[in-house]
Design a protein around this ligand. Structure first.
Ligand code: AMP
Length: 483
């Protein structure tokens, strides 16, 4: 789970990359990095932790030039080290190259073995490094052809930003698992001023720096940004689009627009749809309150409460000084983490039937704890509503999910999960309901050239993997260290 950013043609490229990464911080909190191209070549700075803590003014001062790419990274325990922080920057026979990647390459083990057998020496444990080596051994004279050839060999999910000393490339795998978009920063009034171009995992980072969303990078497209502006290659055979549904459920920021669909609208609609699919019998505005699990359950709870005509209450108060719960990989710490992050608000709960809304249940730790906390604070009944289908299968395409054995929905049916949570009732949104919500969240983007109403990857809900993966029943999922 990562975020990528790139900027071409701005004198403050590194500073704007810092801001861009700041707006993508939710996509990865473990390390952050920026590589810029100055008059004397590439400059790289990578730091562990949050963008804000690692990138002080003095660090940014060491990143001169008008081009930069950046990365924020999330990985699980044991794989967290500066060595694996991106963007990678290398010098090779054709010059310098920097790479930042979001997604997981499903065939990286096999490719790495082949590359090592022919002499490549890897410096990290990251799947992304395979792309670097494949480009480095490419025989084609043009960099764009070497990139295309390298990407032709990798399988799985990638939204990748690459940079040499003259241009930036932004590419998305043929299924478009992970998002990637392009924006423009208008030029100033001076005569020779040109617009700057930006690339980002989510458009939320554009607003912060005054850029405008132009469009999404299409699945299978390689965009080239250089002194002539933007050009595009479509070198791969077209396959059905498989944008990740979970981006809309949880991962992307609610103010993002991904492939033309507004995440906030999709989440709100999913809440309305959820209460239609799973009403709470006897709920009235007098006896019931709708309580979001902040922040992930907020938009769906708004949609649910509006649609059902029930009062929306802040029955759980979030500490803003704790990150995403998932960040603590150990069960013992995670358990404590919920309390650290959320506190029940008795004033909103006392004597009420509570419909508590969250985006997903993974291990069940959070929801079980919350049900207990809500009851403890005076809720008469607790009805759990989840704005996505049961997460029963691990993701191999860039969302960090635990082993199948740790996913509560892999071993329990809905009644079993409700019993584990000690909830009065539990309802999950259907896959159809979720896909319809995302489609209804679509907004017309004047400049979005060819929205195609393709499919979505729903592997974590259905176990139907669009690109071959190791048998999820047999094999411990790859603990890839980036993406
Ligand atoms: P759990 O206690 O394992 O059931 O955690 C569930 C909560 O973690 C959900 O309510 C989500 O808000 C959040 N979540 C779900 N999937 C992920 C993920 N892949 N990474 C981080 N957080 C997640």
């Amino acid at each position: 789970m990562c975020g990528v950013f790139g900027i071409y043609g701005h004198p403050e490229a590194a500073n704007l990359s810092y801001l861009g990464l700041h707006a993508l911080q939710h996509r990865g909190q473990e390390s952050a990095g920026i590589v810029s191209v100055g008059p004397d070549g590439m400059h790289a700075q990578r730091k562990m932790g949050l963008v804000q803590s690692g990138f002080t003014t003095s660090v940014l001062d060491q990143l001169p030039g008008a081009m930069a790419i950046g990365h924020v990274r999330y990985s699980t325990a044991g794989t967290s080290s500066l060595r694996n922080a991106q963007p990678f920057a290398v010098d090779y026979q054709h010059g310098s190259l920097a790479v930042a990647h979001n997604g997981n390459l499903t065939n990286h083990h096999a490719l790495r073995t082949q590359l090592e057998l022919r002499g490549s020496i890897f410096q990290t444990g990251s799947d992304t490094e395979v792309i670097v080596h494949l480009i480095a051994i490419g025989a084609q004279p043009k960099i764009e052809d070497r990139i295309v050839e390298a990407l032709r060999q990798v399988e799985g999910a990638y939204s990748v930003v690459l940079m040499d000393k003259e241009r930036i490339f932004a590419a998305r795998d043929p299924r478009g698992f992970r998002p990637l978009c392009i924006g423009i920063l208008p030029s100033d009034d001076s005569e020779d001023s040109k617009p700057a171009y930006v690339v980002s995992s989510e458009p939320s980072s554009f607003e912060l720096i005054g850029a405008k969303l132009l469009r999404d990078v299409e699945p299978g497209e390689v965009v080239i940004i250089d002194e002539r502006g933007i050009s595009s290659l479509k070198p791969f055979a077209s396959v059905e689009r498989k944008m990740c549904l979970f981006e809309y459920v949880y991962f992307a920021r609610p103010d993002a627009v991904l492939d033309g669909s507004e995440v906030y609208s999709a989440r709100k609609i999913s809440g309305a749809r959820l209460i239609e699919e799973h009403p709470v019998a006897g709920a009235t505005a007098e006896n019931t309150v709708v309580v979001p699990v902040p922040d992930s359950g907020l938009p769906a709870a708004v949609g649910l409460a509006n649609h059902a005509g029930l009062p929306f209450e802040m029955g759980l108060i979030r500490s803003h000084y704790v990150g995403r719960t998932f960040i603590e990989p150990q069960q013992s710490i995670r358990h404590f983490g919920v309390k650290l992050k959320l506190n029940p608000n008795a004033a909103a709960l006392r004597g009420k039937r509570v419909i508590v809304v969250d985006d997903s249940i993974v291990r069940g730790t959070t929801s079980r704890k919350l049900v207990g906390m809500l009851r403890g604070a005076g809720a008469k009944e607790v009805h759990v509503r989840i704005s996505s289908p049961p997460t029963a299968w691990p993701c191999y395409y860039g969302i960090d999910t635990p082993n199948r054995s740790e996913l509560i929905a892999a071993s329990h049916d809905v009644a079993g999960i409700a019993a584990y949570l000690r909830a009065d009732s539990l309802g999950y949104l259907s896959v159809t309901g979720l896909i319809e919500s995302v489609r209804l969240g679509r907004r017309e983007l004047g400049s979005l050239p060819n929205w195609t109403d393709g499919g979505f990857c729903q592997a974590c809900f259905s176990g139907e993997y669009p690109v071959q993966v190791p048998d999820p029943e047999q094999v411990v999922p790859l603990r890839l260290i980036n993406g």
